[in-house]
Design a protein around this ligand. Structure first.
Ligand SMILES: [Zn+2]
Length: 170
């Protein structure tokens, strides 16, 4: 095995016809067909993914519009650099450089939750039937969301956002 550091980005349709959840076109798939289609990706494989997001179809007219509101790429870049620096400092004693590299021991040490948030996470883990691996991934993700805000402790909002990236059935 060669050492490799990479980011894997994958895409799939929500169902065989591709229109499940679409605002204008109706999905024609039978529930069992959708289930069979999704089961082609195994749980252990999906467990190793950090983020799942639903990306709706974009209207051609919207792409043509030049003035898209929101944060600019330059502003985002600044935010990411700040968050990465926070992580570098926090992990300095461990020899690691980013949240993604944290093992379970570091996650427990550095992902400090605000009071009451652990209970909310526990309930969500049961409701979503998350594996231990997914549990730790959610904590790591919440840590990164808090770092992007420059906040030390992980709040309910951070955990809720991180959990929203684990729900695939949308
Ligand atoms: Zn469909």
């Amino acid at each position: 095995m060669y050492p490799a550091r990479f980011m894997l980005v994958g895409a799939m349709n929500p169902c065989p016809c591709g229109y499940m959840g679409d605002a204008t076109k109706k999905c024609i798939c039978q529930p069992f067909a959708i289930e069979r289609y999704r089961s082609r990706l195994s749980g252990p494989l999906l467990d190793r993914m950090d983020i799942f997001i639903h990306v709706p179809r974009v209207n051609v007219d919207e792409i043509a519009q030049k003035s898209v509101p929101g944060v600019s790429s330059a502003e985002l870049r600044e935010q990411v650099i700040k968050a990465r620096n926070i992580q570098l400092q926090r992990l300095a004693s461990t020899g690691k450089t980013s949240n993604a590299e944290m093992g379970n021991k570091e996650i427990e040490q550095f992902c400090v939750l605000e009071p009451g948030v652990a209970e909310i996470l526990q309930k969500a883990v049961q409701r979503l039937d998350l594996s231990t691996r997914a549990y730790y991934r959610t904590l790591k993700l919440a840590r990164t969301i808090a770092d992007l805000e420059g906040v030390e402790n992980i709040s309910q909002a951070h955990i809720t956002e991180a959990l929203s990236y684990r729900e695939r059935s949308k």
